[in-house]
Design a protein around this ligand. Sequence first.
Ligand SMILES: [Zn+2]
Length: 68
Amino acid sequence: MASWIAGLIVTGELVCDGCGKPMRHPERYGYICEEGKEPVRLCEQCSRARGYLVSRGDERGREMDSFL
Ligand SMILES: [Zn+2]
């Protein structure tokens, strides 16, 4: 099953498809496309809860968030 996810910046206003929370610029959101399904937009919390957004510490100990 082909699927992909993009980490995008909200332009204008969007509503999270996971929790219904309004998202506004410049928040980040995850855009998840799965073959045969409608694309889903998820806020950072929902992306994290579903494992699409992970935090990695870099060598200086800073937290880096990255979408998978
Ligand atoms: Zn959400």
